[in-house]
Design a protein. Sequence first.
Length: 531
Amino acid sequence: MGLQRKVRRGDAWFPVRGGRSYYNSLNQLVVEIHREADDIEHNFEYGRPVCFFRVTRGADGKEKINYFKNTSTVNYAEADRMVVIVPDSQSVSEIQHAENLGVQLFFDETSYRLMFDALDRVTQARGNRLAYLRDLFYSHHPAGTYRFSSMRFPWLNPTQEKAVNEVLRAKDVAVVHGPPGTGKTTTLVEAINETLCRESQVLVCAQSNMAVDWISEQLVDRGINVLRIGNPTRVNDKMLSFTYERRFEAHPDYPQLWSIRKAIRELRGQRRHGGDNYHQKMDRLQSRATELEIRIRTQLFDEARVIASTLTGAANRLLDGQKYNTLFIDEAAQALEAACWIAIRRTSRVVLAGDHCQLPPTVKSIAALKGGLGKTLMERIVENKPEVVTLLRVQYRMNEQIMRFSSDYFYDGKVESAPQIKHRGILDYDHPILWIDTTSLDCHEEFVGESFGRINKPEAELTLNTLKDYFTKIGRERILDERIDVGVISPYRAQVQYLRRQITKKEFFKPYRHLISINTVDGFQSAIPPP
């Protein structure tokens, strides 16, 4: 793909200039990157790998892209400024002094290698628990269960209470099917809490860092000791203090370990003058450092009740040799099956929570779809073993009329609204859902850009005029005082970008811009914390 197309797609910035460098709160070396003001929406975000490049002109007059050797990671990204974590000071110097500098998103193969490895292990498994779960999930053979009287949880509704009991009874697998607003996270947290009354430790995973952080926050709020495994640059601020790295640094023995590591560095620097006992000193120091590292790590894992990570993060070397009786996978309907097996191979039973009637993972490969990878593990288990599925039936999020469509279309009419929100609205005698016929308008789609994105200008104008009329009815003072926020959704990314530009141009929306979110369908699903 050509450089200009990457820039227009938002996958590259060119040209850019390197700014100041410093160490962030995690003691990582970072450098600021700036681009000229540009209204192109970009795809750089926290935690994504990037690579820098220089553009030079060859003897034949053609432009040539020269990529830097090391990759970096986005620490923070704004519209025209980005903070990037770099591997060393030499990289900083190259970035700050390079001419015709650019930066682009970089493909990280680590997750794919881990998934291939997990699939190899699963397909080759024989005569062990992993092989049993594989064969069970791909057959109609009934899953094993324990038998005991149902426990009461008066603070949960009947279907949530049933789901918790089914999780506790499951020997092999249980599925908590949670449509939007039905309290899936509340139910899952209760199930984890009750499981911890029977087990010393559990593994909790999800496909994305955002989903892991969300469930981890709820567990921490319940007073449960969570140890968050993963790259600290991809963990939100609230969970940062619960990461392994931060806990390691906060341990009482860490200053002693730091002093020994410093002594090792100094001894290496004096190697020429170290004499005959250099190796003895080095061996003693390294042995003591290893002993302290193991002691700190062991204590952190022994104290934790929940080990939390992404599904691919479950392959972290810190978890080598660790086994857990129960694995909880949150947002399992958005998780690739291959990623699920990375975590499953560490456990004896699996609890999946999510909603397979919402958006599945994005699979762009036709060959992968033909091979069956378009179906998630949760969806496969729901089809093969409906008896292990508990549907949460009471939703607490939206007006009855809004909810009724999805309940009838996706959930066989089984989902009902809680009485307190059944008639929820902003205005008296409000219309919870309104269909607007656009056939009388000249609402034709245009194809724009090299990626042939779709925009519909008349429909965008109608959308914003409808929003303007609604804001006028509510009143400026109430909108700002109550911080009434609005989501505008389009299936097309080009239409989203067009709507965002129109919002910034219209004077009426100036006071409300911070309250208006415009995104694609899947953009909203990944950005909003799950129920």
